[in-house]
Design a protein around this ligand. Structure first.
Ligand code: FE2
Length: 285
């Protein structure tokens, strides 16, 4: 099974830009790259912060760009979203009996579980008692393997200003997860706007870049100031087999030249010169 993981699209209505970037153009470029290279993917999952200001116009703009996407997809929300406006614009999105943007999807590689960690009063995440009860019931009812998707990670990653807006009450959340940790094969998070991987409660996880602005790799204290960075956006491609979950990061804006590593170094240069522009010619000189 091939999954495309996209996060933090932060769409703003045209003609607005965000931090000097155009999130609509970037998402459109990501979709074109997915069509060109991963048209065989089974599903795209968007792990929240679909829009930046939570406004209805931005959800309209998101719908316009998503109309280009030919693959099936699931939309989730993050701290920058507005649940009511999102649900009004995307009534087919996952929705549990309590009105949260949550649901499950059975696949040949296990059940995908989509969580709603939106709070609405702060950029930190919230997974309240009602949602925890839904998740406990849901996990209990699933037979076999599970892949989890959530916007907010429930643990610190060392970037202080982002750790301050991680999931609140992480211990209560962990209590729901722990009994099922053995069969949760992977957790896909958003929120951090950086490629980060590791494990939590023994469960492997991955986080990926935003489609717009990135968070700088800054582990020194910065107070409440989140340091941004104009690094490349990326989506992730997860290859899921019974034996492994492999997650690739795909930086789609660079359009870097390609060459064969099977050729000797001189030939590699020749290929590169043939295929790419002056930046490779400089390296060869
Ligand atoms: Fe975000």
């Amino acid at each position: 099974m091939k999954l495309v993981h996209i996060s933090d699209t932060h769409i703003v209505p045209a003609p607005s830009q965000l931090y000097g970037l155009d999130p609509r153009a970037n998402l459109s470029a990501a979709i074109a790259d997915i069509h060109a290279n991963h048209a065989d993917a089974d599903l795209c999952v968007f792990t929240g912060d679909l829009v930046h200001w939570g406004d209805a116009e931005a959800y309209d703009a998101l719908a316009d760009v998503l109309a280009e996407l030919k693959l099936p997809y699931v939309l989730m929300i993050g701290n920058h979203d507005d649940r009511a406006r999102f649900q009004a614009r995307f009534p087919d999105a996952p929705r549990d009996a309590d009105g949260f943007v949550q649901g499950t999807l059975k696949t040949p590689m296990g059940t995908l579980v989509f969580l709603d960690t939106h709070d609405g009063t702060t950029h930190a995440g919230l997974y309240c008692e009602t949602r925890r009860a839904w998740l406990a019931r849901t996990l209990e009812g699933i037979e076999g393997d599970i892949l989890l998707f959530a916007h907010h990670p429930p643990f610190p990653v060392g970037i202080g200003a982002m750790d301050a807006i991680a999931l609140q009450e992480p211990d209560a959340f962990a209590d729901v997860i722990r009994p099922h940790a053995q069969r949760i094969r992977h957790i896909f998070f958003g929120h951090l706007h950086r490629p980060i991987s590791g494990s939590w409660l023994g469960i492997p996880f991955s986080v990926l870049r935003s489609q717009n602005h990135q968070v700088a790799m800054e582990l020194r204290p910065t107070g409440r100031d989140v340091i941004g960075a104009w690094e490349q956006p990326a989506y992730a491609v997860a290859l899921v087999t019974p034996e492994a979950v492999v997650v690739h990061m795909c930086e789609y804006l660079l359009g870097a030249g390609r060459f064969s590593l099977n050729a000797d170094e001189g030939l590699g240069r020749a290929y590169a010169l043939q295929m790419a522009g002056p930046q490779v010619a400089l390296a060869a000189g």
